[in-house]
Design a protein around this ligand. Sequence first.
Ligand code: F6P
Length: 338
Amino acid sequence: MINFVAIYIYIRNMAIKCIGILTSGGDAPGMNAAIRAVTRTAIYNGLEVKGIYRGYRGLLTDEIIPFQTNNVSNIIQQGGTILKTARCQEFREPEGREQAYKVIQKEEIDALVVIGGDGSLSGARVFAQEYNFPIVGLPGTIDNDLYGTDTTIGYDTALNTIVEAIDKIRDTASSHERLFFIEVMGRDAGFLALNGAIAVGAEAAIIPEIWTEVDQLEELIKNGFRKTKNSSIVLVAESEITGGAIGMAERVKKEYPQYDVRVTILGHIQRGGSPTATDRILASRMGEAAITALMEDQRNVMIGIQNDNIVYVPFSKAIKKDKPINRDLLNTLRILSI
Ligand code: F6P
């Protein structure tokens, strides 16, 4: 029997004419710069572009419009994502993905560019495999937790936001001679906490990578984190396991009542704001590379950057492996906070 679906997929893959683009999961500064770069590179190369709104949800509900170059004018400097974003439960189910595929066929989209974090790229991977559909991913997350890329779109801006906020907290911390636990994002990765701590001259960072190895709070107190200073700043990666900054402060209040402790949760402020030049350039390069990759017949890869070179990272690697944190940085932080 002739398999018409297989023939359709084969013919469709022969020539990509129309690219769909979406942003998914937590937004990250620089996503707009990436949308702009993907759109303009595609049009430059004679391809059509369709903007898909609200991530995978927009694929299911057909919230899709054709994009011209002026749809992405004046957005390179804007935080957030003009395409909106969502976390879509339905896309996790086969029925949801089937519906998405129907919409893709109806819209005559031949390939997708997905900008998002590990959850979004996991969804892309499953869909790409199920329907043999060409997808290229861009790492868009402030957490910097995707394997195979030195950095992700949004990470640099978030780090700078953290630094700006904590510089202000330091003023009051030192005036009142207090100990501040400052919670930053990064559920499973300590990049923001550790590099943020070095950048603000904090006493320590409590990060997920070594939670199971040592009691970081106990170590800190044992080593006398006050040292020669009269105020202290400790960055804590958010966590349901440790309770984040609130969890740390509660323990200190109970176990070391001599300290005057305060907590600040930086929260979603870290996700907003105009992207830094570094993020704009990164997003622009990666956006252009996504289209080049599709034209080179690359499929199911994430665009990464390694030593300033664009690389293609298979989805399976980007999302499966834990990206290691540079443990030398823990030592740097320890030495510089004496
Ligand atoms: O994955 C990016 C991220 O910013 C995480 O650091 C954070 O835990 C999560 O998103 C918060 O998501 P939401 O905005 O859905 O609460």
